[in-house]
Design a protein around this ligand. Structure first.
Ligand SMILES: *[C@@H]1O[C@H](CO)[C@@H](O)[C@H](O)[C@H]1NC(C)=O
Ligand SMILES: *[C@@H]1O[C@H](CO)[C@@H](O)[C@H](O)[C@H]1NC(C)=O
Ligand SMILES: *[C@@H]1O[C@H](CO)[C@@H](O)[C@H](O)[C@H]1NC(C)=O
Ligand SMILES: *[C@@H]1O[C@H](CO)[C@@H](O)[C@H](O)[C@H]1NC(C)=O
Ligand SMILES: CC(=O)N[C@H]1CO[C@H](CO)[C@@H](O)[C@@H]1O
Length: 587
């Protein structure tokens, strides 16, 4: 029996239904194949490629060393990527300029190459002006023109945005291939400025079933390969040239198969909850081990459990930005304080984590952990590894032995979800108004985001929007005192005359005061929420670490509309949970 509805999948009358014997039914999902395959039938139209390059009009010139110079189409295209970014800080950075210039020269004709030898002599300002004017023109487009673009997008979505997987029509997540451009990367990425190449049909591997209508490559081109691998769920893949990583076209998060993956993730975290005590006891024992490698592993595991640190990159980091995870921490990233203020055994962490986000934290640890850390630091230089007998693959292997499917991320998911559940229990007052309850929800969410180190820079518009809100609050307060005065006057009037008309007037005024009080409260709650949210990003934890069934169950319990917690995209992603959460779901 199907328990699940999604906005995107519609049942199609296709007769290739898998036979019952190859399916098992468990939990909410409709069908899963016992032989490890993900589908029996897969049909789609392939990706939508970025539009071809349109050469610049003749009057827009590039200047080299003060003189106009006509570039070949390839060189001109790459130059426009730089010209478009001219106002961005990136184009002033040495690494960016160096990488760009090196890759740009590869696209030049030999004549251009011999002439253009110094980026500082290149003048892109006319090109930059041209793109600015174009973007301005796009903003000024008429309603009809905008409508036309919207219709074209809708047509592409209808044609390419869906596939048929078994007997479902499913939304595809990212069916458009990113246009070429210059790689940015986060933080001080050593590859910033490099040319992100145009992806062509010849780069694409298509995955679909043998007996489906295969997608057609654009006229005059060929796919790299068409394969029929039903052990995977991607529809197309290619290798991007900057990091050499494989990119995939996948189903939308709202699809059946993505929902199942999400569901499994939280089920794994729930399994950890059952055995976390055993794991904790074991790593505590291991702090006393005679073997250094076991002690290091046990201390790292303690950090992952207690601080929700990431394990670190399995690949050699070398070429990418200098970010670290637990296993790759270096001596320079921690400081030990036997005593700090009124706390003992304090460890101070300061390093750049994933996406170059700074992790800074001071926490007291257990004495045995502290002594071990002192031991690990002995005779080491700042740039030496803290855990010299440990790497990410060793740790991950150990986690697998502790529990099937266990990774550092499962600890994050587990701690995030259980923290949300505990916080919701603690913070929600049944008698609160709906806005106050939502504030409690956001506070619980915030506790998790802090745990996961999901910081953000305060938005540029922060002060301004707080001021606007404060103005609104002041106005409401004035309205309220005026309304209260009117109520008082009406009461006095009623006391004097005792007639029906004045009684009614009191009622009307009383209601008005009540309404304004509610509006004021709503604004005040909003201001508190926004202030507390200044430097915390709630989205990542909400989307990736919090079991949505906890939120859904909370909403059902307190009669909060789900729309107050999840926006449209989030509701699509969590359709599986919204549809199934029991009233009293416990993580
Ligand atoms: C670049 O060219 C524009 C004219 O297209 C000129 O106004 C500007 O001064 C030039 N910039 C430099 C740094 O030479
Ligand atoms: C989650 O992490 C916090 C912060 O380190 C820790 O204090 C807490 O004990 C953890 N909770 C659970 C249930 O693991
Ligand atoms: C991790 O350490 C083990 C044992 O020392 C070694 O065999 C393995 O190659 C290392 N892996 C990485 C990715 O460094
Ligand atoms: C929903 O919220 C996320 C942030 O969590 C945001 O990125 C997304 O654009 C929002 N979607 C809609 C439809 O508002
Ligand atoms: C070339 C390529 O795309 N290979 C991938 C095929 O799919 C498997 C499973 O998803 C990947 O592991 C390969 O890297």
């Amino acid at each position: 029996v199907s328990r699940r509805k999604t906005t995107a999948s519609t049942h199609l009358p296709i007769t290739r239904t898998p036979s019952e014997s190859t399916m098992m039914k468990s939990g909410w999902e409709e069908e899963r194949y016992t032989d490890g395959s993900k589908w029996r039938f897969l049909e789609h139209k392939g990706p939508v490629f970025a539009p071809p390059y349109e050469p610049l009009p003749g009057n827009v010139k590039f200047y080299y060393d003060g003189k106009p110079m006509k570039l070949s189409a390839l060189a001109e295209e790459v130059a426009t990527f730089f010209a478009k970014m001219l106002d961005h800080e990136y184009t002033t950075k040495d690494i960016f300029r160096k990488n760009f210039f090196k890759d740009w020269r590869k696209e030049m004709t030999s004549e251009e190459k011999s002439k253009i030898t110094d980026l500082n002599k290149c003048n892109f300002s006319e090109m930059n002006e041209y793109f600015k004017a174009q973007s301005e023109a796009r903003k000024q487009m008429s309603k009809e023109e905008k409508q036309k673009i919207k219709e074209e997008n809708e047509r592409l979505l209808q044609e390419y945005g869906f596939c048929i997987m078994d007997n479902h029509k499913e939304r595809i997540g990212n069916f458009r291939i990113e246009p070429p451009g210059l790689f940015r990367g986060r933080g001080d990425h050593p590859k910033m400025g490099m040319l992100k190449r145009r992806i062509r049909p010849e780069d694409i591997i298509i995955n679909c079933s043998k007996d489906s209508k295969h997608p057609k490559p654009p006229p005059g081109t060929k796919w790299k390969e068409v394969r029929h691998d039903n052990k995977v769920t991607w529809l197309a893949s290619w290798t991007e040239n900057i990091q050499g990583s494989i990119k995939y076209i996948m189903l939308n998060p709202s699809s059946r198969i993505k929902g199942e993956k999400d569901w499994q993730k939280y089920e794994t975290a729930r399994r950890l909850k059952k055995c976390v005590d055993r794991i904790r006891n074991q790593y505590r024992d291991d702090w006393k081990s005679k073997e250094m490698r076991i002690r290091q592993r046990a201390v790292a595991l303690y950090f992952i459990d207690k601080l929700a640190l990431r394990a670190g990159n399995e690949k050699e980091e070398g070429e990418t930005a200098d970010t670290v995870g637990c296993c790759s921490l270096r001596v320079e990233h921690i400081k030990l304080y036997p005593k700090m203020d009124d706390q003992e055994y304090v460890v101070e962490f300061d390093f750049l984590g994933k996406d170059s986000i700074r992790y800074y934290n001071k926490i007291p640890v257990e004495k045995r952990v502290f002594k071990n850390l002192q031991l690990f630091l002995e005779n080491k230089q700042p740039e030496d590894d803290l855990f010299d007998r440990l790497n990410t693959s060793i740790l991950n292997k150990h986690l697998q032995e502790l529990m099937d499917g266990l990774t550092a991320k499962v600890f994050r998911t587990y701690n995030a979800s259980i923290t949300l559940q505990q916080q919701l229990k603690e913070l929600t007052c049944p008698d609160d108004s709906i806005p106050a309850k939502i504030l409690s929800y956001n506070r619980a969410n915030r506790a998790v985001a802090i745990l996961c180190n999901h910081q953000r820079a305060p938005p540029k518009t922060f002060e301004k929007s707080m001021q606007n809100l404060q103005t609104k609050i002041d106005e409401k307060q004035n309205q309220l005192s005026a309304a209260r005065k009117q109520l008082k006057a009406a009461k006095a009037d009623h006391k004097a005359s005792h007639d029906e008309k004045s009684k009614k007037a009191v009622e009307v005024k009383r209601k008005a005061v009540q309404r304004i009080e509610e509006q004021l409260m709503k604004l005040q709650v909003q201001a508190t929420d926004r202030e507390e949210n200044k430097q915390i990003a709630l989205g990542t934890s909400k989307l990736n670490y919090l079991d949505p069934r906890i939120s859904v169950a909370w909403c059902k319990k307190y009669g909060i509309p789900i729309e107050k917690i999840y926006n449209k995209t989030q509701r699509e992603k969590f359709a599986w949970a919204i549809d199934m959460a029991e009233k009293d779901y416990e993580f």
